[in-house]
Ligand binder design. Structure first.
Ligand SMILES: Nc1nc2c(ncn2[C@@H]2O[C@H](COP(=O)(O)OP(=O)(O)OP(=O)(O)O)[C@@H](O)[C@H]2O)c(=O)[nH]1
Length: 304
């Protein structure tokens, strides 16, 4: 296991050095947002994180958040390996952290989180008004979670801003400002959506590349090719079988199936569903290059 970790670290360094160029991980809106929790009346905190629980806590916010009642929400559970997710839940439980894994798009899942929040915030909710802040790195699903909470709340209580929605998007950095959503009255309770915040300085390259892989920073900040190479290195290190050739065969099969069953299907739609020849060749070249680099630096030895 330690060998794997070391190899991944080495792969991160190599990928990073190969791409070159300084990376600005911390744009202006993040700097502004990282000052928000020091508001004179600091709110309770709910922190959705996603498929990188080790890489995504913001240590700079810990002193402020530690004093709050908080729940750790591991979001995007539908994308995570359930065994690894359970290991993380056990880990946080052993650290006496209230932790739950959720899918922000699922009402059942968000209802479970709300149940836990009600239990946890019982005392605080009796004081008016209560602010619940959702914080986390960019693209973790904070706005999606807020929309689900707001939708559930509006089905329970009459609220005036029923149609208010936080903007959700596949790229990081969609939310640039703080916004409040009323989810209960008497006593008034609000959830606050916040811009995703990274730490001002990414401690090491591996963390940066992993954040990029999970979508917490835009691909263009690190460089698409650099991220692709790093991903391929990780797949190689973990001995994940690569299926490019099978994809090309699948394309030929699909081609035959589709033309024999549905003659109206256009070539364009076919192309969208399959990997083109040039894409497959490009990926194969990339794999070969990564494998050659890995051999050169004896990463194989580290893994074996
Ligand atoms: N599969 C899956 N996707 C999710 C989940 N939660 C959010 N997403 C998707 O993740 C992407 C980012 O979601 P947002 O809610 O915009 O993330 P955010 O944390 O507000 O992002 P910033 O504005 O960058 O801080 C969107 O494409 C969502 O649809 C989830 O539980 N499962």
């Amino acid at each position: 296991m330690r060998g794997l970790t070391r190899a991944a670290k080495r792969a991160g360094e190599m990928t990073f050095n190969a791409g070159g160029g300084a990376v600005n991980w911390f744009p202006g809106h993040m700097a502004a947002a990282s000052r928000l929790p020091r508001h004179p009346r600091p709110p309770q905190a709910c922190r959705p994180r996603h498929r990188g629980p080790r890489r995504t806590p913001n240590e700079d916010l810990q002193p402020v958040l530690a004093a709050k009642r908080r729940i750790l929400a591991l979001n995007k559970k539908d994308l995570a390996n359930p065994n690894i997710m359970n290991r993380w839940l056990n880990h946080f439980e052993s650290c006496k952290q209230d932790c739950i894994s959720i899918n922000a798009h699922s009402s059942n899942s968000v209802n479970q989180l709300l149940g836990l929040a009600e239990l946890k915030l019982k005392e605080a909710i009796s004081k008016e008004p209560t602010l619940i802040m959702v914080v986390g790195v960019p693209n973790v699903g904070k706005s999606a979670l807020i929309n689900s909470i707001h939708r559930i709340a509006t089905s329970r209580f009459p609220v005036h801003d029923k149609n208010k929605r936080a903007t959700v998007g596949p790229l990081p950095g969609v939310t640039q400002d703080i916004a409040g959503y009323k989810i209960a009255s008497q006593p008034s309770t609000y959830v606050l959506d916040t811009p995703g915040v990274l730490v001002p300085i990414i401690p090491d390259m591996e963390t940066g590349l992993k954040l990029a892989l999970t979508g917490a920073v835009k691909d263009s900040v690190v460089g698409e090719e650099r991220i692709a190479k790093y991903l391929l290195s990780l797949l190689k290190i973990r001995k994940t079988p690569l299926h490019w050739e099978r994809l090309v065969h699948r394309r030929d099969e699909l081609h035959e199936e589709t033309w024999s069953h549905n003659e109206n299907d256009s070539r364009d739609s076919l192309r969208r569903r399959c990997l083109s020849n040039s894409d497959a060749l490009y990926v194969q070249d990339l794999v070969t290059e990564v494998q050659r680099t890995l051999c050169r630096t004896c990463l194989d030895k580290v893994c074996s």
